[in-house]
Design a binder for this molecule. Structure first.
Ligand code: AMP
Ligand code: GLY
Length: 425
C-alpha cells in the first residue's frame, strides 16, 4: 500500500519538501495544507491553515493520512505533534515540549550548560535593572554583548550590541516596551562570539540520528551582509569551512549530546535538528537551535538528498531511525531568493512574474510567495521565488544560477548578487 502524506506549510521550504516527497516510489498521495500555487503540480493543496489544529486533525483522520510532515515552527509550538500523537497519527516533528529547543532560549541555554555543550557564556534575567548592570560589566571593558528575548520574536529578538546604549535600548524594547510580548519576560545576555556562521541539519527519532548536511544562509538583505535581516536571501550547501574534522566535532560535541540530553530530560527530540553554529577559534559553539527545516536552506538540502526521503521521515516519526541510512549527492547546491522591492520592509504584491518558461530544465524553482491567475504567476509575498541549481563546482555553479536568475523578472524584483561567494575565498 502506498503512503498518504500530508505536508503542512506554504513557503519555499515546503515547496522543496513537496518536490522531494513527490519523487518517493512509495507515495500514493500527497496533500499540502495550505500549500502554494507552485506546488500544485506536485500535490493537492487544501485550504486549511498551517495553525488550524482541529482542521488539520480532522483532515488527517478522514483522509487516513499515514504520515504528516510539519514545515513551519508555529504548529509545532502549538503542539500539533502532541495532538496528532494522541489520535494515533504518525507525524514528523518535535512535541511542543521538545520544540522549546527553538521556542525558548532560556531553556536551551540552560540545557547546553547542564550538559557541557559548547555555547556562548550567558546569564538569564527576569528583571530589567539587574540585566542592565550585567551589560555594563561587558561594555565597560569595550566588549560587544548580545541581548536575546527568551521566546520567538520573528527573528527580531536578538541584538548584537556594540556598546552600552545599544544593548540598553534592546533591553527596553524587549522587557519594558514588550515589543515581543511574553517572549520578553526573560532575557539571555550573552558573550559575543566571533567567526563564521554555519548551519547543520540532522534528523532524530528521539534517540538515534542521521546527519544531513551543512549549509550557509545569507540573512541580510543586501550584498556583503549589509542591511536589515530577512528570512534568508539565499543559501548553499557544504560551505568549505565545514571540514570533515569540524563535522566530527559538531556531531560529537553538539548533535549527539543534545539528542541524548533531551532524552535524559524526558523530552526526547524527534524531527529536524537545525543547529545554528558559530565556528570560533576554539571550535563550534551553538548560537541557536531550530526545531524545523530552514528556509531557504531546505531549498538546497532537498536536491542533495539522493535517498527516498519518505522512509527517512517516517522512521524518525516512529523511532526507527537506526534502520535507516541516507545517501547524499556529491558536490553542492545553491539557491538565490528573488524578493519583492522593499522587502523586508513594506512591499507591493500582484506583479506578474515573467521568464519562468525560459529556464534550463536542470534549474529548480521553488515558490515562496506567489499567486496564480490564468496560467500566469504573480508576486504575493516578500520572498517570491528561489532559483536553485545543483552541481560539482561552486564557481561555475554561481555563474550558472545567476544566468538563470537573469531570465526571470517582475517589477521591483531584487536579489543578492553574492550568494555563495563566501565559499570561494
Ligand atoms: P539566534 O536567533 O540566537 O541564532 O541569533 C540570531 C543571529 O544573531 C545569529 O544568527 C547570529 O548572527 C547573531 N548572534 C546570536 N548570538 C550571538 C553571539 N553570542 N555572538 C555573536 N552573534 C550572535
Ligand atoms: N534561514 C533561517 C531559518 O530558517 O530560520
Amino acid at each position: 500500500m502506498g503512503k498518504r502524506v500530508l505536508l503542512i506549510g506554504q513557503g519555499g521550504r515546503e515547496h522543496a519538501l513537496a518536490w522531494k516527497i513527490a519523487q518517493s516510489p512509495v507515495l500514493e498521495k500527497l496533500y499540502a495544507a495550505p500549500g502554494n500555487p507552485g506546488m500544485e503540480e506536485l500535490c493537492e493543496c487544501i485550504p486549511i491553515d498551517a495553525v488550524d489544529m482541529e482542521g488539520l486533525l480532522s483532515f488527517a483522520l478522514q483522509e487516513k493520512i499515514d504520515l504528516t510532515v510539519v514545515g513551519p515552527e508555529a504548529p509545532l509550538m502549538e503542539g500539533i505533534v502532541d495532538l496528532f500523537g494522541e489520535h494515533g497519527l504518525t507525524i514528523f516533528g518535535p512535541t511542543a515540549a521538545a520544540a522549546r529547543l527553538e521556542g525558548s532560549k532560556v531553556f536551551t541555554k540552560n540545557l547546553l550548560k547542564k550538559y557541557s555543550i559548547p555555547t556562548a557564556e550567558y546569564e538569564v534575567f527576569h528583571d530589567i535593572e539587574p540585566a542592565r548592570e550585567h551589560i555594563k560589566t561587558y561594555t565597560d571593558s569595550g566588549k560587544s554583548i548580545v541581548v536575546k528575548a527568551d521566546g520567538l520574536a520573528a527573528g527580531k529578538g536578538v541584538v548584537v550590541a556594540a556598546d552600552y546604549q545599544e544593548a540598553s535600548q534592546a533591553l527596553d524594547a524587549i522587557m519594558k516596551d514588550k515589543e515581543f510580548g511574553m517572549a520578553g519576560d526573560q532575557v539571555v545576555i550573552e558573550e559575543c562570539l566571533f567567526g563564521q556562521e554555519v548551519s547543520f541539519f540532522a534528523i532524530s527519532d528521539g534517540s538515534n540520528y542521521v546527519s544531513l548536511l551543512s549549509a550557509q544562509d545569507h540573512k541580510q538583505v543586501f550584498d556583503s551582509d549589509k542591511g536589515p535581516n530577512t528570512g534568508g536571501m539565499g543559501a548553499y550547501c557544504r560551505p568549505p569551512i565545514y571540514t570533515r574534522e569540524l563535522h566530527q566535532q559538531v556531531v560529537d560535541q553538539v548533535i549527539a549530546p543534545v539528542i541524548k540530553a533531551m532524552a535524559t530530560e524526558g523530552i526526547p527530540y524527534q524531527g529536524v535538528l537545525y543547529a545554528g553554529l558559530m565556528i570560533t577559534e576554539t571550535g563550534p559553539k551553538v548560537l541557536e537551535f531550530n526545531a524545523r527545516f530552514g528556509d531557504p536552506e531546505t531549498q538546497v538540502l532537498m536536491p542533495m538528498i539522493k535517498s527516498d526521503i519518505l522512509p527517512l521521515l517516517e522512521a524518525a516519526a516512529k523511532g526507527k531511525l537506526d534502520e535507516q541510512e541516507v545517501e547524499l549527492e556529491t558536490g553542492t547546491c545553491i539557491c538565490v531568493v528573488l524578493a519583492s522591492g522593499g522587502y523586508p520592509g513594506a512591499y507591493q504584491k500582484g506583479k506578474e512574474i515573467k521568464g519562468l518558461d525560459s529556464l534550463d530544465p536542470d534549474t529548480l524553482i521553488f515558490h515562496a510567495g506567489t499567486s496564480k491567475k490564468n496560467q500566469s504567476f504573480y508576486t504575493n509575498g516578500g520572498r517570491v521565488l528561489a532559483v536553485v541549481r545543483r552541481g560539482e563546482d561552486m564557481k561555475s555553479l554561481i555563474d550558472r544560477v545567476y544566468q538563470e536568475v537573469q531570465k526571470i523578472s517582475f517589477d521591483d524584483m531584487h536579489y543578492r548578487r553574492d550568494i555563495g561567494k563566501k565559499a570561494l575565498v
